[in-house]
Design a binder for this molecule. Structure first.
Ligand code: NAD
Length: 478
């Protein structure tokens, strides 16, 4: 006999647990199924984001940033740092503690909202039945009127660099190094490569990133990518563009990486190698062939604009469906689906998904880039404010970077905001809210920002769209 629910959610990562909590808040009898267990076999909720993604990487990014600032910036401020040392084991314990607290927190939230949690691997059968297999191989079935698939994604492995989880690792392995490697290779100068490369570089590793694409960060606005490349190089990250990795050998002396660039075949030997070449939807074995849910050849579950699959009553959200592989995008999709099941009609606005790269300085953006708008033949006006002109940035010794506002030339509506600088991951929310409310650059210019703050840079960039920024020397008008 199957246990019967109103809503069954597969996956307790950000997309899944948000969906489950909102469904339960709306009075639906909800179960959430996840197979993630720790080394001792205990169920662990929170998925990639909490266990081996966003949260642990931010813990290491913040710790390594503080260490690097103490090493190279504090003396300028009059803070003496003789005897400064790094304890990698303590840094990792701190990271693990944050992860433990947060994953337990998710378990607590599900419980207090009345969501039943089941540990095991679920497969979707025809007729909205989930077959759940636990660690001991015991099989049970769950039936639900509505099923939400939120299985997440996994790092892509490449045959050229087969992981041994010791010398060649993926992002999960790179979060758990027990010592700082002398030399570190990173394949892929994307979001993960840059964040993890930054962590170990700040702690003392000589880091080389090998990126197949000829251009750097092609999804970001070009002005921001150029500024970022300049700043990262200054920090000591070596970024080799147009370098496609084709092979590797584990040797006594380290990992030999073979790659092709414009000059032919090249070799690089490093102590450790991180493979960060993208992520793939975790849908293998998730859906029985006769379940009526279509999965494309990249493993993505086909859904419409409100995350319904090709089978009525079955939905899919997060990294396993089209769009950005970002935790916050999955969270909003999960909440939207739960509310639609309960009879609401919300939608996710995919035009205002914020992007953040948590290097230092941080990169963040929302909306279109100048190149995208130019390709679409949209006439725009652009305002740029360099943080070097911000009093607060000077006071906090964080003057690297800029904020850029792009507005429609005809209507003045804000179409994109791009930032590189300290705390941009926080400031981008101001731009998201402005765009969500259809603000013009003038609206932003007429809004009062607290002084002195870095956010004033957004105000000034919006004013610069019409040539009225106060702290930029505009050409004299007659
Ligand atoms: P990515 O797509 O951002 O970057 C992978 C890079 O690897 C690409 O630039 C690609 O050209 C390069 N590459 C692929 N094969 C190569 C080869 N053989 N040799 C050299 N270079 C090669 O992927 P990622 O950094 O692994 O991140 C995966 C996903 O996770 C992304 O969708 C990302 O948005 C998401 N993510 C987001 C955040 C964040 O929001 N801060 C953090 C981590 C991950």
């Amino acid at each position: 006999m199957s246990k019967q629910f109103d809503v069954a959610v597969v996956g307790a990562g950000p997309a899944g647990y948000h969906a489950a909590i909102r469904a339960a808040q709306l009075g639906l009898k909800t179960v959430c199924i996840d197979r993630w267990v720790d080394a001792s076999g205990q169920a662990v909720l929170g998925g990639t984001c909490l266990n081996v993604g966003c949260i642990p990487s931010k813990a290491l990014l913040d710790t390594s940033h503080k260490f690097s600032q103490a090493q190279s910036e504090f003396e300028d401020l009059g803070i003496m740092t003789q005897g400064l040392a790094l304890d990698v084991a303590q840094m990792q314990r701190h990271k693990d503690l944050i992860v433990q607290n947060l994953t337990k927190g998710v378990a607590g939230l599900l419980k207090s909202n009345g969501v039943e949690v089941v540990t095991g691997t679920a497969t979707l059968q025809a007729g909205k039945i989930l077959k759940v297999t636990d660690a001991a191989g015991e099989v049970s079935t769950i039936a639900a009127a509505h099923i939400i698939l939120a299985p997440g994604s996994n790092p892509v492995d490449i045959p050229a660099c087969v992981r041994d989880d010791e010398m060649i690792v993926d992002s999960t392995g790179a979060l758990a190094f027990d010592a700082v490697p002398k030399t570190l290779g990173v394949i892929g100068a994307g979001v993960i490569g840059l964040e993890l490369g930054s962590v170990w570089s700040r702690l003392g590793a000589k880091v080389v990133l090998l990126e197949a694409m000829p251009s750097f960060l092609p999804t970001a606005d070009e002005q921001i990518s150029k500024e970022a490349l300049k700043l990262y190089k200054k920090q000591g990250l070596e970024i080799r563009l147009g370098a496609k990795v084709t092979g590797s050998k584990i040797k006594k002396s380290g990992v030999e990486v073979i790659y092709e660039d414009g000059d032919g075949t090249q070799k690089l030997t490093v102590d450790r190698l991180i493979v960060a070449v993208g992520r793939r939807a975790e849908t293998k074995g998730l859906i029985a062939l006769d379940a009526g849910v279509v999965v494309d050849d990249r493993g993505l579950i086909e859904v419409n604009e409100v995350c319904e699959t090709t089978c009525a009553g079955v939905y899919a959200v997060g990294d396993a469906v089209r769009g950005a592989m970002l935790a916050h995008k999955g969270m909003e999709e999960g909440v939207m689906v739960a509310e639609r099941i309960a009879g609401g009609k919300p939608q996710v606005n995919y035009e205002t998904v914020p992007w953040v790269i948590y290097t230092h300085p941080e990169i963040a953006w929302v909306g279109a880039t100048e190149a995208e708008l130019s390709a679409a033949e949209t006439a725009v006006k652009v305002g740029v404010f360099p943080l070097a002109a911000s009093g607060r940035a000077m006071a906090s010794n964080e003057t690297a970077g800029l904020i850029k506002v792009i507005a429609d030339a005809a209507t003045d509506r804000v179409l994109g905001v791009h930032m590189i600088g300290a705390h941009c991951s926080e400031m981008i929310a101001e731009a998201v809210i402005a765009m969500e409310f259809g603000a013009s650059a003038e609206d932003l210019g007429l809004t009062m920002f607290a002084h002195p703050t870095l956010s004033e840079g957004l105000h000034e960039a919006a004013l610069a769209v019409s040539g009225h920024a106060i702290h930029i020397a505009h050409r004299k008008r007659r």
